[in-house]
Every structure is written in C-alpha cells, then in structure tokens.
Design a protein around this ligand. Structure first.
Ligand code: SF4
Length: 450
C-alpha cells in the first residue's frame, strides 16, 4: 500500500480535535502518523474503517517500547537510517549487567554505583537507564530477590534474563510496575513468557538461532496480539552484530518489514574494557536499542555517554540554553557583564572559563536560535540592535550598576552599533577564543578578583 499523506490520513480521523491523543488537532495527529511518530491506537475514537485502511501503514517502522514506572526510558521509533537525514529519536539505552550468583557485596556495590552515577554535560544530566539481572544462581528464587532489590534501590527498569521460566515468572511478578524487559523468549517458550509479560506489564526480549527463525517468532507474537518486543540477535562477533543490527534496521525503514521493526539488545560479554567499548560504540552508532555493559566502569561510561549524546542530538537543532541573564559565581551589582550566544557549547565554555578565572560576573545570553557567535552574527541574530533590545527586555540597567559590557572578540565590529543601542554603556571587546578569557580577566578585572 502506498504511503498515505497527513491530509489523506486526516480524512479518516473523527475530525473533532478533542486532543485526547496528545495532539491539538486531528490534522496534527495525522501528520505524526504519516511521519511514523504516533500509532493509530492513541486515538480512542478511530473508526473500524480507519483501522482497516491505516492499519500497519500507520505504525512507526520501528516499534516504540517504553520502560520504567513512568515509561521514561524509550527505545525504537526511529524513522531514518542516517543521522544527517533527519535525527535519531530514542538514544541507545545503557544497562549494567549483574549476575544473581555474584556476592551480595559485589551486587550492592554495582547498584550503589549505578544509582549515584550522574554526568552533567552541556546542561544535560546523563545516567545509566537500566540494569540487567542475569540468572546464573542455582537457587531459582535468587533472580526474584536480586530483581526486587535492584528495583527498590535504583528505581531503574530491569532486563530479567533467564532460561528458567519459573524463576522468570517470580522475578517478573516481584517487579510489577517497573515496566521491565523479560526473556529470552524463544520459539519453544514464547507462549508461556507472553502470559508472564502480559500479567506483569513487561515487554519481551525475543531471540532465535537465526534471522529467519526470529522473523517467524516476532510475526507469530504480533499476530497473537503481543507487540512489545526487543530483538536479541545470536551473533558471535562484532561484525555479525553490526550486520544483524543493520539488516534489521534497513528492512524496517526501507521496506517497512514489520517482523524486524523492533529495537535490538546486545549483551556485551568481553571483559576487556577496550573491546567492550568498541562493541558499545558500534551499538551507539549502528542502531543498537539497548547496550548491556558487563560491569560498571565510570571512565568507560563517560566516553560512551558523550558519544551517545553527540549522535542523538538533532543535527538541525543545536542544543541551546535559555536566553536570560546568568549569574556566574556570586556576582554583585558592580560585577562585570559579559555577553555571548545561547548555543549550549558556547555558553558552557564561556561560563566555565569565567568561573575558572575566579571572577564572579553576569553573563547576558540573548536569543540566537542556538547558533555560535560568528554564525549568529552572520545570520543577523547577534547584532548590536538585537543584543541592545534583549538587554532592555530583561531590564539589565536596573539589575546591575556596571555600565560596561564585554562582547566576544570575533564580533568587535558590532561595538559601535551596540553602544548606540545601549545608551550610557561602554562596550569592551573581549577575546576571540574562550581559552584566553582567564588572562583577559586578570588583565582587565584584577580589582574584582578575590
Ligand atoms: S484523539 Fe482522535 S479525534 Fe481526538 S484529536 Fe486526536 S485524532 Fe482527533
């Protein structure tokens, strides 16, 4: 069936604009459906005709699955193969593996590390989103005990992994409400596991010896009405995993092949930190849904988190900070005033350099649509007139006694125009590079340093 446009889809919707689907109008919802960013089931009033016509055509090519009590951890819902085409949507989720046969002390240490780990980077707080509990203990009840403990201590949704169906059933029930992932469901035990997953509102991790068997299994599960699935490919090398992830994603996006239209999971087994990092990097860059790391390693996570953040940032929407007047340190009304753009990287580098110089200051951040200094200036978003207007809007004259404002060295040419637009103010041309701010501050504002 040819892909329907938003307008064609809207004709099949009730057109009451009741907003219950989360969109303001039926047309807006139809546009989301057409873009594969919503599911028809989100409209409670969709007619049987709409369901029949839209059916599979309205489903996102990669099924979204949500984890956690508040369903904040999401996988799937991707619509493009390459980041530059549009944007990747739901970032590869990181999980740390725990074996229920490990010592209580080792398990507690990992739980504690995961619960406390936070990395703040360009204004975003990055965390490990999930925990995997692999059942290796001889006692079947060990899985449920470890799962309950992990859920209570970290609040992270879990991946419960065991071939013992009874152990899995007990653990799934113990963490009901966590919206976790259980498995592995195989062609042999899938029917039983579906019932356990349904009874406890969990999703299902499915696996099979090869892609053909996996396709048959996901097709059957969907036909039977269970569609919250995550795929585990049985691969034995980095190259095979890369290939399987790529085949599945291409099939889902380019040919709308539903049996492979799910996020994937990979348990990284290597105990070598470099090998494990390479495997994780492959997951982040090549379509991995959930990446389970074999152990908690702060240094490894920092690099992986930064890479993931970069890959999953919308290339068309630079990360921005809120336009306003920022206090750096503990400025008084007489402290120096700086101005730069609201591109996150620019803001964090400039504010960090001012802070590192030991100066307390004010930093004016006008609206520049997230552009860097020279780009914003070239686009007319960082001019003397626009900065002057913004300073007026935030009432800068009343907030500080200072009447000097430092502009980035790259836009020295706007100093005259800015002075015209900020009567009574003197414009000081600062440094071109943020790395020179410290020496600039020491030379220019020594009297303000403690
Ligand atoms: S819930 Fe259905 S009827 Fe209501 S606005 Fe959304 S699409 Fe329209």
């Amino acid at each position: 069936m040819a892909k329907l446009t938003g307008i064609q889809i809207q004709k099949l919707l009730p057109k009451t604009n009741c907003k219950e689907c989360g969109s303001n109008t039926c047309l807006a919802f139809a546009m989301k459906l057409a873009a594969g960013k919503a599911e028809l089931s989100e409209c409670p009033y969709a007619s049987e005709e709409a369901k029949a016509v839209l059916g599979a055509a309205s489903e996102p090519p990669v099924k979204g699955v949500y984890f956690g009590a508040d369903k904040q951890v999401k996988v799937g819902e991707e619509t493009c193969l390459y980041r530059h085409e549009k944007t990747f949507v739901n970032q590869t989720v990181f999980a740390i593996n725990i074996n229920d046969a490990d010592s209580a002390e080792a398990i507690e240490q990992t739980l504690d590390s995961v619960a406390k780990y936070e990395l703040t980077r360009v204004g975003e707080v990055l965390r490990v989103e999930m925990l995997a509990i692999t059942h290796n203990a001889s006692a079947p009840e060990a899985l449920a005990a470890a799962a309950e403990n992990a859920w209570q201590k970290t609040g992270r949704p879990l991946i419960l992994y065991s071939s013992d169906v009874k152990a899995l059933a007990a653990a799934a029930a113990a963490v009901k409400g966590s919206n976790s992932l259980i498995g592995p469901a195989t062609p042999e035990n899938a029917a039983e596991l579906v019932e356990i997953a349904k009874a406890n509102a969990h999703a299902l991790l499915v696996t099979a010896p090869d892609l053909n068997a996996l396709v048959a299994l996901t097709g059957k599960l969907k036909e039977d009405g269970f569609n919250d699935l995550v795929l585990q490919f049985q691969t034995s090398s980095l190259a095979e995993q890369f290939q399987a992830n790529s085949i599945a994603r291409k099939a889902a996006l380019k040919t709308a092949y539903k049996p492979l239209g799910y996020a994937s999971i990979n348990f990284i087994k290597s105990g070598d930190v470099m090998d494990a990092s390479v495997a994780a990097i492959t997951e982040i860059t090549k379509f991995g849904g959930i990446c389970v790391l074999p152990e908690f390693n702060k240094a490894q996570l920092a690099g992986l988190m930064a890479l993931r953040q970069n890959i999953y940032t919308d290339p068309q929407k630079p990360i921005q900070v809120e336009p306003k007047l920022y206090a750096i340190g503990e400025p008084t009304k007489d402290s120096p005033v700086f101005v730069t753009t609201n591109f996150s990287l620019t803001y964090f580098i400039v504010s960090g350099e001012i802070e590192n110089s030991g100066l307390s200051a004010w930093l004016v951040i006008p609206e520049c649509e997230g552009m860097s200094v020279l780009t914003a200036w070239a686009a007319g978003k960082f001019s003397g007139a626009s900065i002057g207007k913004f300073c007026k809007e935030i009432g800068l004259d009343n907030q500080v006694n200072t009447r000097e404002i430092v502009i980035p060295g790259y836009v020295a040419q706007i100093s005259g125009e800015l002075e015209e637009n900020m009567p009574g103010w003197k414009v000081i041309v600062g440094t071109q590079e943020a790395g020179d701010i410290e020496s600039f501050v020491k030379a220019r504002f020594a009297q303000h340093l403690k």
